[in-house]
Design a protein around this ligand. Structure first.
Ligand code: E4P
Length: 218
């Protein structure tokens, strides 16, 4: 998924990448200069039937639930809407109420395996461990992802890992090898992810070698 609310970036990303959705939070939104309504309307126009994960800003459980229901109906989302809920005590309560109401939940701001485990028991469809923020406090983002993946397998849980907060391509490589089911990645890193100078050199050579040989018009 694309971890941005910048509509220009998203338009370009959707042209080239096989994305399954978009994730946002208030910080990501603050980088766009757009209000939530404008950003989400634009995102909705781009994702088609893909997922849109929007973060709730309320702190009381009932308010989070009301907020999620409002966004879901305001943007006329169906099942492609995911309410991003931070893993606080209030958040866990909101997750359970939302799941009972049939609304998809992404548990966010996860820093430990046990936060993710409790979120999945509370019904979260996705759990989002913050890899880079963990690495930056001398913890190990990849290990947390790997532990959550192991829990999912061991306890046969329905939740999926949505690895988040990346600063390097290597972190993305490692979470994919650790079995993360999905990842949300910013525009710059998505572009870096597919780059290899040897690929570019190879393509240039193919183009040169094809001159005068490819005689079928298309
Ligand atoms: C996505 O869901 C997260 O909110 C996001 O990846 C956090 O990234 P950051 O640590 O770069 O702010």
């Amino acid at each position: 998924m694309a971890d941005t609310a910048d509509l220009n970036e998203l338009r370009e990303l959707y042209r080239f990448f096989p994305l399954e959705g978009v994730t946002t939070n208030p910080t990501i939104l603050s980088h766009t200069g757009n209000k939530l309504s404008v950003a989400i309307e634009g995102i909705q126009g781009l994702v088609g039937s893909g997922m849109v994960h929007i973060q709730m800003i309320s702190s009381e459980p009932d308010d989070m639930v009301r907020e999620a229901k409002k966004y879901r109906s305001y943007f006329d989302f169906g099942d492609n809407f995911y309410a991003k809920i931070p893993v606080t005590a209030n958040g866990y309560r909101a997750m359970r109420i939302l799941k009972d109401a049939g609304i998809n939940v992404t548990a966010t701001a996860i820093f430990t395996q046990q936060q993710a485990l409790v979120a999945m028991k509370a019904g979260a469809d996705f759990v989002a461990p913050y890899v880079s923020r963990l690495d930056n406090i001398s913890s190990h983002g990849i290990e947390v992802v790997s532990d959550i993946v192991e829990n999912i397998k061991e306890y046969n849980l329905k939740g999926r890992v949505l690895a988040a907060s990346f600063k390097t391509v290597d972190q993305i490589y490692r979470v994919s090898m650790a079995g993360a089911h999905s990842a949300t990645i910013g525009s710059e890193l998505l572009h870096q992810l597919i780059k290899h100078p040897m690929t570019d050199i190879g393509v240039i050579q193919f183009e040169k070698d094809a001159v005068g040989l490819y005689d079928i018009d298309f």
